[in-house]
Design a protein around this ligand. Structure first.
Ligand code: ADP
Length: 763
């Protein structure tokens, strides 16, 4: 694979018409620059506004030229023609394929400014907090040149600061923060309490990470309301079930299934007809599943410990007690019941949204990444987005070496350490990409035994990581990093200050080593892309063993015969083809998982839109009062003495409470249905159709139920000058909520639901 240029060119040909037009506009921009340079700042800004006044661009070439002159004046960066071309493609709503180091930050900011000049509000979505703040500050002078405003949103900000930030024309924020704000805003009962109001455009940096790799990661908002614990009886019954007889566990011990015999035992003991009947699927069967999961899959002192009468989770990747983490929803309670502990309240999931559904809220999405071409299919299928390939400013001088394939993992690991040692001995910087934190630590340990100094990045502190990765191109450096760690930071040869640039160029530039092929070639290319920025020399090299995850699962157990040499190295074209084949298989599997999961999520995403609309109407009008007064005129008459705004707000609080409550119940139910639907497949129903049938039916009831509940509350609850006393009826909203991302990311390899981080209790 000698670079990707041939591939790009081939693809570039496809969108050739766009390319030609863009190039003509960029030429026009360059021609216009000289004249425009004579204008002062105010005149330039005014001219840009004039060109964008109609909401589209009357002369895109001149407009680009003005953005360029502003960038030069305020940031000292005069955009390369390829950058202007990328800005244009973003303004037209494409995902641009631009290699690392080509200056995507400036491109994104110019496009954001362009959109804002057209009167659109923009969310610039970054990979993490650190980059949001850095980019907003870095690009601020450009934005302010045109009298526009820009801010960043980051984790530690309170609601006042967030509201202020979101009021700006351009907001830089990590996708998780935006999503959490969307979820929290779904709970407000007065419009003024919301921090966000959506945006017209999302510009997504590292677009394939957010739009593809993490698309299915749910953002979760939870609150301290009672969870649904399995009843004691179910826990006791499940405890008596026998593995392989009453239930079976799959090989990797991730899933447990009740056998017919087990189900029958429980049905008899509980006195129910069939656990798989509609009436039990969302209730008893869920509790059985939770209890069974707790009983069969979670092992005390491996997955959790019991301390001070509490269950504490052990974080598998770090081997430490994870203080703030809980299992989702009822599982925590199920484990507590299993251990005979007091079942705690809390952990009620109030709302969730996947990143894909979140991105679907924007009328326009565009973005940039070094690996867009490889994600063309997914971007088109899931977002209806097109990819535009932008040429490099300077030709690629990175050498992509053939994979080195070993028979066994042990031989491969030995070879990796040898290779790093050899490269390091010359002083040439090495960046090693691993697949998880544990592997990084192990490798670093082995290298340190050889007296090699190693920096390890493990996605704990973004700012610190950015500092380390910025130095990864300096002489003698060895940096070990997982895939995502330190993304978005430029690796300059010879260190961040480029003091030893020449010396590192003479050594051949940065060497990037992958310890195994990823499950998709796109992820391999993300890693390769860290070397060879802006025409620098560089090397990329992947090691593979026939024991690797990709080979094993992509080859699905097929035997291959190979003749390794004494070190285990297999130098065979046939085996290299085989590895490529295995990777294509795993790519296909990932795409299939994505499509399938999206099929499940999509319906809920559509239903959420309906809930959102209803909620907005209740918030922004007096509809809640009108509907309730209509239904209960006598009660409404009693409240005549109260002033209008109090009455209206009380009705609103009542309606919203029940709407939100029922929506949360709906999500929880559908989650449970999804968990247990494979069991119903046994009853010969197509799971997805069955899921849809239940979702549609339940959703229909939801609106009516929410309204009926609200009417009942309206009748009974005390309403006075202080409003509706919902708490007296046990209808209080959670006093604390917290947010987290569930990294259920099949690309990360684990594929298991683990709560990866937990936000602060907010507000
Ligand atoms: P990417 O995100 O594409 O990897 P960055 O946005 O981090 O790249 O930019 C890489 C480096 O290139 C930055 O240090 C930036 O200052 C520099 N750069 C970007 N555009 C230009 C330009 N037009 N002229 C000179 N330097 C530039």
């Amino acid at each position: 694979m000698a670079g990707f240029d041939w591939f790009w060119n081939a693809l570039g040909g496809k969108s050739g018409r766009n390319q030609k037009r863009s190039l003509a506009i960029v030429d026009r921009a360059q021609a216009a620059s000289a004249d425009l340079s004579r204008l002062d700042d105010a005149a330039l800004a005014a001219r840009a506004r004039e060109l964008a006044a109609s909401g589209s661009l009357s002369d895109p070439g001149e407009f680009l030229a003005i953005l360029g002159v502003a960038s030069e004046r305020r940031l000292g960066l005069s955009p390369f023609p390829v950058q202007s071309q990328a800005v244009l493609r973003l303004l037209e709503g494409d995902v641009v394929h631009m290699a690392t180091g080509e200056g995507k930050t400036l491109v994104g900011a110019m496009a954001a400014t362009g959109f804002a000049l057209m009167g659109k509000t923009v969310h610039s979505i970054t990979v993490n907090d650190y980059l949001a703040t850095r980019d907003a500050e870095w690009m601020r002078p450009l934005v302010e040149f045109f009298g526009l405003s820009v801010a960043a949103v980051s984790e530690g900000m309170d609601s006042v600061a967030r509201r202020q930030a979101y009021a700006c024309d351009i907001v830089y924020a990590p996708v998780s923060e935006i999503g959490f704000d969307v979820l929290r805003d779904q709970l407000v009962t007065r419009r003024g309490e919301a921090v966000q109001h959506g945006a017209d455009v999302a510009i997504v940096d590292e677009a394939d990470s957010v739009l593809v790799d993490e698309a299915l990661v749910p953002l979760v908002l939870a609150g301290n309301q009672p969870g649904r614990a399995p009843r004691g009886k179910i826990t006791d019954l499940v405890r008596r079930l026998k593995e392989n007889e009453d239930y079976t566990v799959d090989d990797d011990r991730r899933n447990v299934y009740l056998t017919d015999k087990g189900a029958h035992k429980l049905e008899t003991a509980l006195g129910v007809g069939s656990l798989y009947d509609d009436e039990h699927v969302g209730t008893t069967l869920v509790q059985v599943n939770l209890a069974l999961h707790a009983h069969a899959l979670l092992i005390r002192d491996v997955h959790y410990i019991v301390r001070d009468g509490r269950v504490a989770l052990i974080d598998a990747s770090r081997g430490r007690v994870a203080e703030l983490q809980r299992w989702p929803d009822g599982l925590q309670a199920a484990v507590e019941a299993k251990e005979g502990l007091a079942v705690t309240e809390g952990g009620r999931i109030l709302d969730t949204i996947t990143l894909q559904a979140l991105m679907g809220r924007y009328p326009m999405v565009c973005g940039m990444t070094g690996t867009a071409v490889e994600a063309t299919d997914q971007l088109r299928t899931f977002y209806d987005l097109r990819v535009s390939v932008i040429e490099r400013n300077k030709p690629l001088r990175r050498f992509d070496e053939q994979d080195r394939i070993y028979a066994t993992m042990a031989e491969k690991n030995r070879a990796i350490i040898e290779e790093i040692t050899e490269i390091n001995a010359l002083g040439r910087p090495v960046l090693v990409g691993t697949h998880d934190v544990a592997e990084s630590e192990e490798l670093a340990g082995a290298l340190r035994e050889r007296d090699i100094e190693v920096s390890v990045l493990n996605a704990k502190n973004d700012a610190e990581e950015a500092r380390i990765i910025a130095e990864a191109g300096d002489i003698g450096r060895v940096t070990v990093s997982t895939q995502m760690a330190g993304r978005g930071t430029d690796i300059r040869l010879g260190g961040a200050d480029e003091a030893d640039h020449g010396a590192v160029v003479d050594l051949g530039g940065l060497a990037v080593i992958g310890t195994a092929r990823h499950r998709s070639q796109r992820l391999d290319n993300q890693l390769r892309g860290r070397a060879g920025r802006q025409g620098d020399p560089g090397l990329s090299l992947f090691f593979v063993s026939l024991d690797d995850d990709v080979v094993v699962s992509g080859g699905s157990g097929e035997e291959v015969s190979a003749q390794p040499d004494a070190t285990g190295l297999i130098d065979s074209g046939r085996i290299r083809d085989w590895v490529e084949h295995c990777q294509r298989v795993t790519e296909g599997q990932l795409l299939e998982v994505h499509s399938q999961t999206w099929k499940y999520n999509r319906l809920l995403a559509d239903q959420r839109v309906i809930i959102d609309e209803r909620r907005a109407r209740l918030l922004d009008t007096d509809q809640a009062w009108r509907e309730l007064a209509d239904r209960e005129p006598a009660r409404a008459a009693e409240l005549d003495a109260l002033d209008e705004s109090t009455r209206v707000q009380a009705a609103r609080d009542i309606m919203l409470y029940h709407l939100d409550f029922n929506w949360a119940e709906h999500l929880a139910l559908m989650d449970d249905v999804r968990e247990s639907i494979h069991l119903r497949a046994i009853a010969r129903e197509t799971p997805i159709d069955e899921y849809h049938r239940i979702a549609v039916r339940e959703f229909k009831d939801l609106a009516q139920r929410a309204f009926n509940d609200a009417v009942a509350t309206f009748r009974d609850v005390t309403i006075d000058a202080d409003g509706a006393h919902l708490d007296e009826e046990g209808l209080s909203r959670p006093s604390a909520t917290w947010t987290y991302m569930v990294s259920d990311n099949p690309l990360a390899g684990g594929g298991n639901s683990v709560i990866s981080g937990i936000g602060n209790i907010f507000r």
